[in-house]
Design a binder for this molecule. Structure first.
Ligand code: FAD
Length: 314
């Protein structure tokens, strides 16, 4: 089933949904652990889960294998990432055929990060130049078979020349046939909401799902925000400074902050929340518990007639 249909259904029911991103681990033991973690997290009833595609196709076989197994056994829709980095058009076509053969019906179409060791992104000879071209290729090769998501960048993309150009490129991806947008992570909900306003102002009507990356360790947080050049509001920097060497305190703060951000976004009307899990389950599970969203999913299943709860938008 296409994820956009599930999003439309959740929106019509005024039910907040959530989804979980995972990445292919480096070792066989890691892959085994990930399958078990995905199975436990699938019990939280995410609308979908997604599996990243390594830079330069470095994890392509594993991405396909993990996505295929999850699609087959977990009873949850899988959104498989696919990038243009280091891929010829023929290799992209082959990946799409394999995904389709494995029963995967949803693709997150991305340009991709630069290959390992390269500072700037470059298309390979005979490759695609950006995500819009990938969306176009998917539609040309497979018609309406795949549901397609694309990336949005609320704080701007590193290669972007202007905010206006960035928005028009996003619009191009949707015009080429993408169904919805998942954003890069951010720590300032107001910046995300302004981005959504700008998208709507240029005529983008597709659902825009905010990307949430819970703070699970100070080192990882610093690494990710430095790499992605993410703006970190002063209040967060001030809260983290005195506790940065206390892992437990950082994790507890990450849950409180994550839950506050999710509540603020839901109050502002976002249809759902996309969690970058970093292959860890405790922070996301605790955020969902703190907000009441996951409990509400279970209650809805047990008591379908039950009226409003925390997870239902006003
Ligand atoms: P695009 O939409 O192609 O945009 C890239 C840049 O090119 C932008 O600056 C855009 O404005 C510009 N541009 C677009 N079209 C044109 C045009 N016609 N002319 C000129 N400029 C143009 N990376 C991975 O390697 N693997 C993953 O699995 C992965 N998963 C991700 C998941 C999410 C939800 C997000 C938000 C990002 C993910 N990334 C992943 C990172 C992503 O690949 C990078 O951010 C990448 O640099 C941009 O990808 P994009 O699809 O947004 O690119």
């Amino acid at each position: 089933m296409k994820i956009i249909e599930k999003i439309k259904h959740a929106e019509a029911q005024k039910q907040v949904f959530y989804s979980f991103e995972f990445f292919p681990p480096k070792t066989a033991a890691g892959v085994e652990n990930l399958h078990l973690r995905m199975e436990r997290m699938a019990a939280l009833e995410p609308l979908f889960i997604d599996v990243t595609w390594g830079a330069g196709g470095s994890t392509s076989e594993l991405t396909l294998a993990i996505s295929a197994a999850a699609q087959k056994y977990l009873g949850v829709q899988v959104l498989m990432h696919l990038t243009c980095t280091g891929m010829t058009v023929e290799q992209v076509k082959e990946a799409l055929i394999k995904a389709r053969e494995a029963g995967i019906q949803n693709i997150l179409a991305l340009r991709g990060d630069p290959s390992k060791g390269s500072a700037a992104w470059e298309a390979v000879t005979g490759g695609l130049a950006n995500a819009a071209e990938l969306v176009k290729l998917i539609r040309e090769e497979h018609g309406d078979y795949f549901g397609i998501a694309v990336a949005g960048h609320p704080e701007g993309h590193i290669d972007s020349t202007s905010t206006e150009q960035e928005l028009l490129h996003l619009k191009d991806k949707l015009a080429a046939g993408a169904d919805f947008v998942i954003t890069q992570f951010f720590y300032d909900p107001a910046a995300f909401l302004t981005y959504v306003e700008h998208c709507r102002a240029v005529g983008i009507t597709a659902p825009i799902i905010p990307g949430i990356m819970p703070i699970q360790s100070y080192t990882a947080f610093k690494l990710m925000t430095d790499y992605c050049k993410t703006k970190v509001p002063l209040a967060i920097r001030e809260a983290l400074e005195p506790i940065k060497d206390n892992d437990e305190a950082v994790r507890a703060y990450g849950v409180t902050l994550g839950a506050d951000m999710c509540r603020a976004l839901v109050r502002a009307g976002v249809p759902g929340l996309h969690f970058y899990t970093l292959n860890l389950e405790v922070a996301v599970t605790n955020i969902l518990k703190a907000t009441g969203y996951s409990e509400s999913a279970a209650l809805r299943r047990a008591y379908p007639w039950r009226p409003s709860s925390d997870a239902r938008r006003a």
